[in-house]
Design a protein around this ligand. Structure first.
Ligand SMILES: NC(=O)c1ccc[n+]([C@@H]2O[C@H](COP(=O)([O-])OP(=O)(O)OC[C@H]3O[C@@H](n4cnc5c(N)ncnc54)[C@H](O)[C@@H]3O)[C@@H](O)[C@H]2O)c1
Length: 267
C-alpha cells in the first residue's frame, strides 16, 4: 500500500485491516507511516518507500514478503499535486508531479509484475482520478499524469491478459484529504468544489471491496462519473461545460470558506 501515511491510503489500510487483511503500509514520510502502522496493530507493518526509487520498491517488497509472505495485492495510491495554472508552476513542480504520479507508479507496477508473475498470482490496484477523463483548469500536469496512468494501467492489463494477474483501476472524485485542503487554499482549483466531495473512508470501501470483486475500472459517483467519462471524449463539449462547472465550483468554494472552523468541505 503506497501513500499510506495520510488521506485515502491511510483509510484503505485501516479498512483492509478491519477486513482481516495484513498490510505493509509504505510512504515517503517514514515517521508518519510508522506511527500509522503502530496504531493499526499486529496486522500492520510499515516501510519507507519513495515511489520514485526502484531500489526502494525492491526493498519494500522484500520487507513485505519477509513480514507476511507473498504480496497478493499492490495498492498503488501515492500521488501529489502542485496547484495552479500551468503557466504559474515552475519546471521542478511539473517534473515532481510527473515523476511521482506517473513514473513512480509505473516503477511500482513493473516491480510488482515481475514478482507477482513469478509467484503465479497477484492483483494490482491503481488509485487514479476522475481527472483521467476530464482535463480541468488548475490541474494541467496532474490531469496529464492521471490520463497517462490510466493508459499505462490498461495497456499493461491487456499485455498481461494471458497471465495470472488481475488489474483494477479506481478513479476517486474530490476527496476530503490534505490534497483537497491544498486545493481549497488556491482559487485556481475552484472546479474541485463544483460537485460534492467524498470522505476517504468512502473511497476505501470501494478499494477494499475491489480486493475480492476485482472490477476492471470504477468511476465515482457511479452515474455522474460515467457522464463525465463520456464528456471527456468531446473537446468542444468540454470547452463549454467545464467553465460552467468552474463557476459553480467558485461559488461553492466561497460558501465553504465562510463556514468558520471547517477547512474541509462537506465535513
Ligand atoms: N483527494 C482527492 O481529491 C483525490 C481525488 C482523486 C484522486 N486522488 C488520488 O488519490 C491518491 C491519494 O491522495 P490523497 O488525497 O490521499 O493525498 P494525501 O496528500 O492525503 O496523501 C498522499 C500520501 O502520499 C505520500 N507521498 C507523496 N509523495 C510520495 C512519494 N514520492 N512516495 C511515496 N509516498 C508519497 C504522502 O506522504 C501522503 O502520505 C493520489 O494518487 C491522488 O492523486 C485524490
Amino acid at each position: 500500500m503506497t501513500g499510506a501515511a495520510n488521506g485515502i491510503g491511510a483509510a484503505i489500510a485501516e479498512l483492509a485491516i478491519a477486513h482481516g487483511h495484513r498490510v505493509m503500509l509504505t510512504d515517503v514520510d517514514k515517521d508518519a507511516v510508522t506511527a500509522r502502522a503502530r496504531d493499526l496493530g499486529a496486522r500492520a507493518a510499515a516501510h519507507a518507500l519513495d515511489i520514485r526509487s526502484p531500489a526502494d520498491w525492491d526493498r519494500a517488497f522484500d520487507a513485505a514478503e519477509a513480514e507476511f509472505g507473498a504480496v497478493d495485492v499492490l495498492v498503488s495510491n501515492a500521488g501529489i499535486t502542485h496547484t495552479g495554472h500551468a503557466r504559474d508552476l515552475g519546471p521542478q513542480q511539473h517534473r515532481d508531479i510527473v515523476e511521482i504520479n506517473l513514473l513512480g507508479t509505473i516503477t511500482g507496477t513493473c516491480t510488482a509484475l515481475a514478482r507477482m508473475n513469478t509467484q503465479g498470482h497477484g492483483h494490482i490496484i491503481t488509485v487514479c482520478s476522475m481527472t483521467s477523463f476530464l482535463p480541468l483548469p488548475g490541474y494541467a500536469t496532474y490531469c496529464g499524469t492521471k490520463y497517462g496512468l490510466r493508459a499505462f494501467h490498461h495497456s499493461v492489463a491487456i499485455e498481461e491478459r494471458d497471465g495470472p494477474l488481475d488489474f483494477t483501476i479506481i478513479h476517486p472524485p474530490s476527496t476530503r484529504t490534505g490534497m483537497l485542503d491544498q486545493e481549497m487554499a488556491d482559487p485556481s482549483c475552484a472546479i474541485s468544489f463544483a460537485e460534492k466531495s467524498y470522505a476517504p473512508e468512502q473511497i476505501a470501501e470501494t478499494v477494499v471491496d475491489a480486493i475480492t470483486t476485482k472490477p476492471v475500472e470504477v468511476v465515482f459517483p457511479p452515474f455522474a462519473g460515467r457522464v463525465q467519462r463520456i464528456a471527456g471524449v468531446f473537446p468542444r463539449l468540454m470547452r463549454r461545460v467545464i467553465p460552467m462547472a468552474e463557476a459553480k465550483g467558485r461559488r461553492q468554494r466561497e460558501k465553504l470558506l465562510t463556514v468558520a472552523g471547517n477547512p474541509r468541505p462537506g465535513k
